[in-house]
Design a protein around this ligand. Structure first.
Ligand code: PXG
Length: 457
């Protein structure tokens, strides 16, 4: 392994160029969601980041087309966040939040409640999207029980949904590779709505597709099958990211909301990628004018700087727990690091940046230019669909016969060689840049991507 990297020198690209990773150093790290052997035979390393860019250890500049993994919404290297975290760590690095509290946790929850969709003003802190999802599912089931409806325990997810990697999230999720090894130990009592990706009717739609609202009515069918008295909640991503950017047909989310209301079922929006400005408003719930009962977030909450997630609960859900003797714990759930002081400091500094720079609404103003640039890929070889919304884009390629995913993976690799970081998932190239993106970056990203697509057989 000749990869160059020296952790102590990473802040200085000039020095990092002269650093070497000792032979064998790549072996111990069992990498997540990675083709480990392929990666380690030709590692793609990142050593420094600033604004819209990463730099490799040998000093190559890479445009970040995916905000890290949909999380660095305010761009890289934000000194305000680093300073706030450093200040917090030197003041009080840790404090428990079980039967104790620290001021900035309350301050952060209040700030988030001001930003959230109407009524969702109670905030439970976690450390990741996966934990947010499992927390929300547990709150939903415990809520029904707290109301005396302990039979309402079923959860409805959706095909192609991604809700992280906890057992709850994988059970309600709908990505087969994430499920099949664990199929015997999925949560019981889970069913799935059909996904809303349909190339036959919707290929090359701009923004939300017009066809497919009726797919929400499938929820009626599941309710008729299981009976509403057994169903606690429905969980969907307003826009699915991991399965390759799948958009809700016009009117679809509103219809889900109506059906949930009719049958007294909670609606959970998983906003782990759509939260914090990705769709042009703070949350997709606001963009699509549909208010869920629970909302899961993470990623952009701290600009990716410190792991943190948050579940927003409607006050009615929260208040259903605030019954019984006051000295008793109301919800037997939480994490050692719920509302970790360093994460709270990072989140508060992040929210300040979002507010000061107008980043939570910036995607709406950049979206028209972005849409043009994404859809300009139409007509390139093997491009079978293009999807976009806010600062999200996807180019879907035709799979190679008998070799699924290899064409898109090759495009991802070649883009990286030419200085652009994109995400590949299945046959799709997904893009979700930092919300600070400028027209020149958009032009460069798509110049490279279209060259690469053209050259990839
Ligand atoms: N819910 C949703 C909707 C997500 O997108 C999670 C939960 C889990 O979050 P954590 O923090 O536990 O990873 C996610 C994560 C991609 C990609 O390429 C997306 C995610 C993670 C990694 C890659 O689309 N989303």
């Amino acid at each position: 392994m000749n990869a160059k990297l020296s952790p102590g020198l990473l802040h200085d690209p000039a020095l990092a160029e002269h650093s070497d990773l000792a032979p064998g150093t790549l072996d111990a790290f069992w990498m997540p969601f990675t083709a480990n052997r392929q990666f380690k035979s030709n590692p793609r390393l990142l050593a420094r980041a600033e604004g819209m860019h990463y730099w490799t250890p040998d000093g190559r500049q890479i445009i970040d087309g995916v905000a890290g993994l949909w999380c660095v919404n305010a761009g890289h290297g934000r000194r305000e966040i680093a300073a706030a975290v450093a200040r917090q760590l030197t003041t009080m690095e840790y404090a428990p939040t079980f039967q104790m509290g620290h001021p900035i946790a309350f301050e952060l929850a209040s700030r988030l409640a001001e930003l959230s969709p109407p009524g969702l003003d109670r905030v439970f802190f976690t450390n990741s999207g996966s934990e947010s999802v499992d927390t929300a599912l547990k709150i939903a089931i415990a809520y029904q029980r707290a109301r005396g409806l302990s039979g309402k325990t079923r959860l409805i997810g959706r095909e192609k949904g991604y809700h992280g990697v906890g057992f709850g999230g994988v059970s309600v999720g709908g990505m087969v590779n994430n499920r099949k090894a664990f199929s015997a130990v999925m949560l019981p009592g889970v069913d799935h709505l059909p996904h809303t990706l349909d190339l036959e009717h919707n290929a090359f739609s701009r923004g939300l597709p017009h066809w497919g609202k009726h797919l929400a009515d499938e929820l009626e069918r599941l309710i008729a099958l299981h009976d509403a008295s057994t169903i606690a909640a429905v969980i969907v991503e307003p826009i699915s990211g991991s399965a390759g950017v799948i958009l809700p047909p016009l009117g679809y989310l509103k219809r889900l909301r109506e059906i949930c209301d009719q049958h007294d079922i909670l609606l959970i929006f998983d906003e782990v990628i759509t939260g914090f400005g990705r769709t042009g408003k703070a949350f997709a719930a606001e963009t699509f004018a549909v208010t869920p009962d629970l909302m899961t977030t993470a990623k952009g909450l701290t600009n990716g700087a410190i792991p943190m997630g948050a579940v927003f609960a409607h006050r009615k859900v929260h208040d259903a727990f605030m019954q019984g003797p006051e000295q008793l714990v109301e919800l037997f759930h939480g994490y050692t690091y719920s509302a970790h002081p360093a994460a709270c400091a990072a989140a508060l500094a992040t929210l300040d940046i979002y507010a000061k720079e107008g980043l939570l609404t910036r995607a709406a103003s950049v979206a028209p230019l972005w849409e043009e640039a994404v859809h300009a890929q139409k007509g390139l070889p093997h491009v079978v669909d293009i999807r976009n919304f806010g600062l999200i884009g996807a180019v879907e390629l035709e799979p190679r016969a008998g070799k699924p995913g290899t064409r898109a993976f090759e495009v991802f690799l070649k883009c990286f060689e030419r200085g652009i970081m994109v995400r590949q998932t299945g046959e799709t190239i997904a893009l979700s840049p930092p919300l600070i993106i400028e027209p020149s970056h958009i032009a460069r990203i798509f110049e490279v991507l279209s060259d690469v697509i053209r050259e990839t057989p």
